[in-house]
Ligand binder design. Structure first.
Ligand code: FES
Ligand code: MG
Length: 571
């Protein structure tokens, strides 16, 4: 087989003035001339940022990666891209996922590189990098930062989900200010992203099950030296992938997407997975729709006993055998012939996987919960779909008829939720409008609304809640999310009024408003779109171009790929 000319040689391999320009300034970093003479150049797309604490160890991790790249005869060049820290970014990191993906796509295409390593960690840093890279389609491997070690507080293991418990105890005066502050430091005590199977670990598992990362990428703790070994080995591997010309499109096939959906169900992964996987499929030109998430996940039980659907942390899952051991348990459901980044197919990767702890990894015969995955609902309240995570819901509420208590937007909700005069009973259905992609904007994680104080005081723990927003990967409850079309564009959610009867029927996958079409039509004629007051800039562009939840919330104009070609030189 004749070796393909390296893409980077279009820059570094040039003669005369052009080659001089492409190399000379690079040499100010102390690179000797021979590095430019035909080594695979590997771009390291790094989301290191002190404002993204989950990725703050990435400088160090990049060094391990580079050692692997050098060892294999490659030439590593690291570059920064926009990094999205889930906890600090207002109004929500999701508003900037597409922007970051544009940064990634253009940075890769415009620069001399033959292969890419995506360094991903905190929630949005994975989908934004994978989406951007997919639109270029070079040989690409993902190295995730790894989960934090579980926190320890007062003799107990803690993680992100405990934050809600601490906040409640503090509010009730059961936890002192000193203890509350000490809990902060105890929860996030090590490098890495959130310790439960929240969105970050869901994304790390997604790339592993898709085949874009080496086995065990999803679960090795960030602080474990084996995370650096994985980075080193990924560095070696990306150089080989360039030589093999193993591109993203050779790995990402319809079958690998179906695998990812099934694996996510076995893990009880985040609902955010839906939006990100749809967006990635859109970039790859692979047909995937929201109904596929139900179709391929509804028969998969919960295999991993990890929070929030189970009890433990991702760290524990690694010690029990990691994702390969989970995938082995559902091997009879998966497509085993899909190709992965290490050049092997999925069956070879999971062949020797072993489970070391049956408290962590169940079997198809003895799962932790019979129903996992994602239920996709349809009906006049959500003609294009809405989603619910049965493993996080209260079984008795999965079929429910109740009257709507409507909040027009997030401000209205915050103002009236704890009002003693709020007309609400435990059977009511809480409806929150205008928290969708355009309505907020950016579709924040507010869908798992707190219950009204009045209801909490009755000892009630869960109610049916419906919105066009998202929920944190660590959230739970009988929460209908991602209602599409959203209220801000005049979806029927916008037409719900206080007292309307709503029928949720998860076994039959339906969500309906018991209001006649005539009455809805009357209300529709009075609908006025929101004016959010973003007249310029990125947010205005977002509102103009973002697609609905059932389409992945990508920009319409970013769908598809442009490949790695650049038509013009820079001088
Ligand atoms: Fe970064 Fe949870 S805040 S992963
Ligand atoms: Mg999150």
């Amino acid at each position: 087989m004749e070796e393909k000319k390296l893409r980077s040689q279009e820059w570094f391999g040039r003669k005369g003035k052009d080659g001089f320009i492409y190399r000379a300034w690079m040499k100010n970093q102390g690179f000797p001339h021979h590095l430019f003479e035909g080594r695979p150049v590997i771009g390291i797309c790094n989301t290191y940022s002190e404002l993204t604490p989950c990725n703050a160890h990435f400088r160090d991790l990049a060094e391990a990666l580079k050692r692997g790249i050098w060892e294999a005869g490659g030439f590593p060049l690291e570059f920064p891209v926009m990094s999205l820290g889930e906890c600090s970014i207002k109004p929500t990191a999701m508003l900037f996922r597409n922007l970051a993906s544009m940064d990634v796509e253009e940075s890769i295409r415009a620069n001399p590189m033959d292969g890419v390593v995506l360094m991903c960690g905190c929630d949005k840093t994975t989908p934004s990098l994978v989406m951007g890279a997919a639109s270029v389609n070079l040989p690409t491997i993902v190295v995730s930062g790894g989960p934090m070690l579980a926190g320890r507080f007062k003799g107990r293991k803690i993680g992100t989900s405990d934050l809600w418990r601490f906040a409640e105890e503090f509010k009730k005066g059961e936890l002192s200010q000193e203890d509350f502050t000490a809990a902060e430091a105890a929860m996030a005590r090590s490098q890495g992203h959130c310790a439960p199977m929240g969105t970050a670990s869901t994304m790390a598992a997604m790339v592993e099950s898709l085949g874009l990362a080496l086995p065990d990428n999803a679960t090795i703790p960030a602080a474990d030296s084996r995370r650096k070994v994985l980075a080193h080995m990924s560095g070696i591997r990306i150089v080989e992938m360039v030589k093999e010309d193993l591109k993203m499109s050779d790995i990402l096939t319809r079958k690998s997407f179906e695998n990812a959906i099934m694996v996510n169900a076995a893990l009880g992964g985040s609902t955010n997975f839906i939006l990100h996987l749809l967006a990635i499929a859109g970039r790859m030109g692979i047909e995937l729709n929201i109904d596929d998430f139900d179709k391929f996940s509804s028969h998969v039980p919960l295999i991993a006993n990890v929070q929030p659907s189970g009890e433990n942390f991702v760290e524990d899952l690694f010690y029990a055998g990691g994702l390969p051991a989970v995938m082995k348990e559902i091997a009879s459901l998966l497509h085993l012939d899909t190709k992965t980044a290490n050049g092997k197919n999925l069956s070879e990767n999971i062949l020797n996987a072993e489970c070391w702890d049956r408290n962590l990894i169940g079997t198809l015969e003895k799962p932790f919960k019979p129903e996992s995955g994602i239920a996709v609902l349809k009906g006049n309240l959500c003609p294009e779909g809405a989603v619910l995570k049965p493993s996080a819901a209260t079984p008795s509420l999965l079929t429910h008829r109740g009257q709507a208590v409507v909040f027009e937007d997030i401000d209205d909700y915050k103002k009236r939720l704890d009002d003693p005069d709020l007309d609400v009973t435990p059977d009511s259905v809480l409806v929150l409008k205008n928290v969708g992609p355009r309505g907020y904007p950016g579709m924040p994680e507010v869908g798992n609304m707190q219950l009204p104080m009045k209801i909490i005081q009755q000892g009630v723990k869960d109610m049916v809640r419906i919105s066009d927003g998202r929920m944190s990967g660590t959230g739970y409850g009988t929460v209908v999310l991602h209602v599409s079309p959203e209220s801000a564009v005049g979806g029927n959610l916008a037409l719900v009024e206080n007292g309307d009867w709503i029928v949720l029927d998860v076994p039959n996958r339906s969500l309906n408003l018991e209001v006649s079409e005539e009455e809805l039509e009357k209300r529709r004629s009075n609908f006025k779109p929101l004016n959010l007051g973003y007249e310029r800039g990125y947010v205005n562009m977002f509102i103009q171009n973002v697609t609905q939840a059932h389409e992945g919330v990508d920009f319409d104009f970013l769908k598809g790929a442009s490949g790695p070609e650049v038509k013009r030189d820079s001088h």
